[in-house]
Design a protein around this ligand. Sequence first.
Ligand SMILES: NC(=O)c1ccc[n+]([C@@H]2O[C@H](COP(=O)([O-])OP(=O)(O)OC[C@H]3O[C@@H](n4cnc5c(N)ncnc54)[C@H](O)[C@@H]3O)[C@@H](O)[C@H]2O)c1
Length: 290
Amino acid sequence: MRILLTGSSGRVGRNLLPDGLAARHQVTAFDWAPPPTRLDNVRYVAGSILDRKDLSDAMQGAEAVIHLAAIPYDIPPLHQVFNINVQGTYHALELAVEHGVRHFLHASSLMAYGFGRNAEAQYLPIDEDHPAASHDTYGVGKLLTESLCQAFTDKFGLRTLCFRLTHFTAFLRHYGDQFPYDDDSGIQGLHEYIESRDLVELLEAALASEKVLHDVFLASGPDSGHVLPTPEVIRKYHPKAELRYRNLEPESPFISMEKSRRLLGFTPSRSWREYGLTEEGLVNRPSSSE
Ligand SMILES: NC(=O)c1ccc[n+]([C@@H]2O[C@H](COP(=O)([O-])OP(=O)(O)OC[C@H]3O[C@@H](n4cnc5c(N)ncnc54)[C@H](O)[C@@H]3O)[C@@H](O)[C@H]2O)c1
């Protein structure tokens, strides 16, 4: 499929490309920052999502947009976070309609829930029906863009599928994150993660599932991203949460991927546990020097 990938130079985009997206699709990679590495079969275009001409030129001929470009946290100045994340998404949606794009896949975030900030998990594992009540510019911005996506589907028939990513990571190359978790540091992402190849396959499942015109999906991995057993993590960090597990196992996830399984036919499979731990407690994947 002909895909425009915005935010392609960032941590998510630069990993999705070599993890299947570039090999299986004709990708135009769009970012205002240069790519850290260039793949032969990808067309790289420099520009801003706030510049409608840049974005429109890059979108020529696209059948799908995967929209990653954003400021990925509450990094001041917050009005710029809002402008890039919300206005930028509006431009991308509007131009997608103008260009006759069929599919718009939008990177939302688990931060929309406000966990570890102003909200606690009311039940576990959480699902897409759990209240999302972030008070932060970044989280509220993601909720607003999910609503924008719904409006563009209702008004113009553009397919818009939104994915609330938890902590993104990659196992096949160096990735500078503190993962897996051994304390409360991952609470905003509910101690979870999604591996790059799983995310590519989730997005591909979304492109193929034509019956879904608009919806919001969680994007998370097959098991807990915490080194401690799940019942212990719950006791320590979520003592008030109602437990809705069918079977609560030591590696049970904190996020349900049931909706993706049911509506998109996707089940995550890449677990950090297959890679073991180094002495530093990090996943044993290639280091930056390799
Ligand atoms: N990495 C995660 O764990 C995670 C978790 C939840 C959601 N997300 C979402 O996934 C998406 C990608 O996140 P990431 O971690 O790769 O972030 P990142 O900051 O590493 O990458 C974002 C990319 O967008 C580009 N960008 C920003 N503003 C732009 C503009 N005006 N025009 C063109 N390009 C612009 C940046 O140059 C950057 O390369 C974001 O929407 C983020 O909110 C990421």
